[in-house]
Ligand binder design. Structure first.
Ligand code: PMP
Length: 437
C-alpha cells in the first residue's frame, strides 16, 4: 500500500499563525515548532489514555506522552480525581502542606539511594540547584558533563564539546558568558580515557560529574554498566560528586530510576517529568549530610514560590502511588520489549538499516545498521532525513511521535495490546515506504 493522504492541519495552521504573533517562533518551547520535520505543528486539544486529538479532530496514538511525564497515559482518572480534590481547598499557599510530606515519604521510603529531597518546579531548576549544591559542598567550581546529554537550559549546562579529547565547553546558546562555559568540561560518553584525562587536567577542581545514566535526549545512548561504574569510581577517587540526572529515567526504568536499575549509588539525583504526574514538578535528592548544605540549614541558597505546590504534589502522589504497586514496571517494560522486538524483527527480516533501542518503557528508532550507539558522534545526521519521512507518514496514519529523530518514544500503562498492534502495523507499512524511496 502507498503513502496515505495528508491529514488536515487547517485549524492547527491557523492557530500557529496566531501563535507566531505572540511567541517567538510561535511556541513556548523550541522543539514544538516542528522545525526538524515536515509541516506546521499540531495544536493539541485533548488527550485520553494513549490517544491524542488535535485541533482539526485528527486522532493519534501518542508515543511522545508529553516527553515523558505521562507514564499512566493522558488524563488518568486516579490523578485527575486527586488533583480536583486537592484543588478544591485552594491552589497555592507558599507555606508548608502535608502533601509535600506525603509525596516525599512515598519517594524516599521506596528509594534506598536518597535520604532527603527538595521539590522544584521543573527539571531545569532541579539540575541547576543540584550543580550549585555540588559546588557548595565540595567548594570547587568545575563540572564535567557528557556530549549528548541534556540537562535543561541553565547557563552552566548549555555547553557542548569543542574539538579535542577534553575540552572546555563551548556555549550552545547565545547569551551565555564564555566564563560560565569555562567552568564546564565536556567529554564523550563511553570514553574512560577522556574522563581520566579531564580529572588529571583539572586536579582537585572538579566539583561534580553530571550524567544522564540513561542518556535519552540525543537518541537513546545506552551505556554499559561498566562505564557508569567507572564514572562512580573516578568521582570517589577524586572527591568529586556524581550527579545522576534522572529527569527522564527517574520512575521510568523503575521506581528507583537508573540508580536502582544499575544499582549504582549517585551522590545527588535529579528528578522531573513523572514525579509531577503531568504538572510542573522537579526535585533533587541526596544523603541527609549533603542536603544539610541547602538553605535554611546550610549556605547553598535555593527557593521557589511554587515549589511543593499542593496541586502539583497531589498529581505526583496519585501517579507515584500507582507506580509503587507491585508488578507495575514488569508489565509496562515487558510490553515495551515485545513492541520493540517485533518491530526489530520486521526490519531485520526486510534488511532495513533500522534499529530499535530500548530500556524500560523508553524506545528509540535509529536509521542505522550499528548494533550499539553509545555516543552522540555515533549518530549519522544524514539518517534524520529518513526519520522526517517516517514522522510525516506516521502522523498521516494516526501515530504521533515527538517531532525530532533525536527524541525517544515512551510507552505508557494506557497503551494496551490492541493499540500497540495497531501502531505496529502502521509502523511496518511506513518502514516499507521509507525504505522503498
Ligand atoms: N534533564 C533531563 C535529563 C531532561 O530530559 C530534561 C528535559 N527534557 C531536563 C533536565 C530539563 O527539564 P525541564 O524541561 O522540566 O526543565
Amino acid at each position: 500500500s502507498g503513502a496515505k493522504p495528508d491529514i488536515s492541519r487547517e485549524k492547527s495552521a491557523q492557530l500557529y499563525e496566531k501563535a507566531k504573533t505572540f511567541f517567538p517562533g510561535g511556541v513556548n518551547s523550541p522543539v514544538r515548532a516542528f522545525k526538524s520535520v515536515y509541516g506546521t505543528p499540531l495544536f493539541i486539544e485533548k488527550g485520553d489514555g494513549c490517544y491524542l486529538w488535535d485541533a482539526d479532530g485528527n486522532q493519534f496514538i501518542d508515543f511522545c506522552c508529553s516527553w515523558g511525564p505521562l507514564i499512566l497515559g493522558h488524563n488518568p482518572a486516579k490523578v485527575r480525581e486527586k488533583v480536583i480534590e486537592v484543588m478544591a481547598n485552594g491552589m497555592s499557599f507558599g507555606a508548608p502542606t502535608a502533601l509535600e510530606n506525603e509525596l516525599a515519604e512515598l519517594i524516599i521510603s521506596n528509594n534506598k539511594y536518597i535520604e532527603k529531597i527538595r521539590f522544584t518546579s521543573s527539571g531545569t531548576e532541579a539540575v541547576m540547584s543540584a550543580i550549585r549544591l555540588a559546588r557548595g559542598t565540595t567548594k570547587r567550581d568545575k563540572i564535567i558533563k557528557f556530549e549528548g546529554c541534556y540537562h535543561g537550559h541553565s547557563d552552566s549546562l548549555l555547553v557542548k564539546a569543542g574539538s579535542g579529547l577534553v575540552t572546555f565547553g563551548e556555549t550552545s546558546s547565545a547569551g551565555i558568558p564564555k566564563s560560565f562555559a569555562n567552568e564546564t568540561i565536556v567529554v564523550s560518553l563511553n570514553d574512560k580515557e577522556a574522563l581520566k584525562k579531564a580529572f588529571e587536567d583539572f586536579k582537585e577542581q572538579i566539583a561534580a560529574v553530571i550524567i544522564e545514566p540513561v542518556p535519552a535526549n540525543n537518541g537513546l545512548l545506552l551505556q554499559d554498566k561498566d562505564f557508569l561504574q567507572f564514572v562512580r569510581d573516578i568521582c570517589n577517587e577524586n572527591c568529586a560528586l556524581l550527579i545522576f540526572d534522572e529527569v527522564i529515567s527517574g520512575f521510568r526504568v523503575g521506581f528507583e530510576g537508573a540508580a536502582g536499575y544499575y544499582d549504582i549509588q549517585p551522590d545527588i539525583v535529579t528528578y522531573g517529568k513523572i514525579i509531577g504526574g503531568g504538572l510542573p514538578v522537579g526535585a533533587y535528592a541526596s544523603s541527609a549530610a549533603i542536603m544539610s548544605n541547602i538553605s535554611p540549614e546550610g549556605g547553598v541558597y535555593q527557593a521557589g514560590t511554587l515549589s511543593g505546590n499542593p496541586v502539583a504534589m497531589a498529581a505526583g502522589i496519585a501517579q507515584l502511588t500507582e507506580l509503587s504497586k507491585s508488578g507495575f514496571y514488569k508489565e509496562l517494560n515487558n510490553k515495551t520489549q515485545e513492541f520493540a522486538d517485533s518491530i526489530q524483527r520486521y526490519a531485520t527480516a526486510k534488511n532495513y538499516k533500522f534499529k530499535v533501542f530500548t530500556i524500560g518503557s523508553i524506545f528509540w528508532f535509529a536509521f542505522t545498521d550499528k548494533d550499539k550507539i553509545q555516543t552522540a558522534e555515533d549518530i549519522d545526521p544524514a539518517s534524520m532525513e529518513k526519520f522526517k519521512m517516517m514522522h510525516k507518514e506516521l502522523l498521516n496514519r494516526g501515530i504521533y511521535f515527538g517531532p525530532s529523530g533525536y527524541e525517544v518514544g515512551f510507552i505508557s500503562a494506557a497503551h494496551n495490546k490492541v493499540d500497540l498492534e495497531k501502531a505496529k502495523r502502521q509502523i511496518f507499512e511506513t518502514l516499507d515506504l521509507v525504505f522503498r524511496t
